[in-house]
Design a protein around this ligand. Structure first.
Ligand SMILES: [Zn+2]
Length: 202
C-alpha cells in the first residue's frame, strides 16, 4: 500500500514538475513576440532615422571621439544652438556627411559662406556654415557622395575669427520640403558613431 501510494505521489510530483518546466519554457516566447511587434510598429524617431543615414564626420581627419555635443548650448536670449561646432584649422576640407544633392549655396550674415545639402530621401537637409570657401566648381543641383570635399573650414559670418570651425546642422523637412524649413535634429548621436574619414574620396 505504502509503496503504491509513494509511487503515485512521485508520479504526481513528476507531472507537476514537468508541467512547470513546460510553462517556464513556453512563457517567454508569447511575451517576447508582442513586445517585438510593438517595437516594429512604433514609427522611428527623427534621431533613429538620422542614424540610418550612416553619416560621416563632415570635417576631414576629425575622429568621432573628438566631437562635442553643443546642440543644447544657449546662443543669446532663449535661443539654442541647434547644431554642432567642429573645431578645425582654417582650410581643413569639409566633407559631405551623406550622399545627396547640393541644394543651395548661400552667403548670410550669421552663417557666412554656407551650403545646404539634401539627402537622397529628400527628408533631411544638412547645413554647413562659416566656410572659408567652396570646393572648386561646386554648384547648386550637383550630386555628392558622402566623403566628397565640398568646402573648407573657416570663420565667416558671426564666427570668432580666432576659432575657425564648421557649424553643422541637420533639419528634418516638413511635408512642404523647403530647404530653409524643418525641425533641427541633434546630429551628435549619429556622428559620434560615425567612421572618421581621413582620406577624402575626391
Ligand atoms: Zn555653431
Amino acid at each position: 500500500m505504502d509503496f503504491k501510494r509513494g509511487l503515485s505521489l512521485v508520479a504526481v510530483f513528476v507531472l507537476l514538475h514537468s508541467s512547470t518546466d513546460e510553462l517556464q519554457r513556453v512563457t517567454p516566447a508569447p511575451e517576447a513576440t508582442p513586445a517585438a511587434a510593438m517595437a516594429d510598429a512604433r514609427p522611428p524617431t527623427p534621431g533613429e532615422l538620422l542614424a540610418r543615414r550612416r553619416l560621416v564626420v563632415p570635417v576631414k581627419g576629425t575622429p568621432p571621439a573628438r566631437l562635442q555635443d553643443s546642440f543644447e548650448a544657449r546662443r543669446g536670449t532663449g535661443r539654442k544652438h541647434e547644431a554642432i561646432d567642429i573645431m578645425a584649422p582654417w582650410g581643413t576640407p569639409v566633407l559631405a556627411a551623406d550622399d545627396g544633392r547640393i541644394e543651395k549655396i548661400s552667403s548670410n550674415r550669421a552663417g557666412g559662406l554656407a551650403i545646404y545639402q539634401v539627402d537622397p530621401s529628400g527628408r533631411f537637409v544638412y547645413y554647413y556654415a562659416h566656410l572659408a570657401g567652396y570646393a572648386e566648381g561646386l554648384k547648386e543641383g550637383q550630386a555628392v557622395q558622402r566623403g566628397d570635399v565640398i568646402a573648407y573650414v573657416g570663420a565667416t559670418g558671426n564666427a570668432n575669427r580666432k576659432a575657425p570651425h564648421l557649424h553643422f546642422a541637420v533639419l528634418l523637412l516638413t511635408t512642404q520640403k523647403r530647404w530653409w524649413g524643418g525641425e533641427a535634429i541633434n546630429p551628435y548621436p549619429a556622428l559620434s558613431q560615425a567612421p572618421a574619414v581621413t582620406t577624402a574620396t575626391r
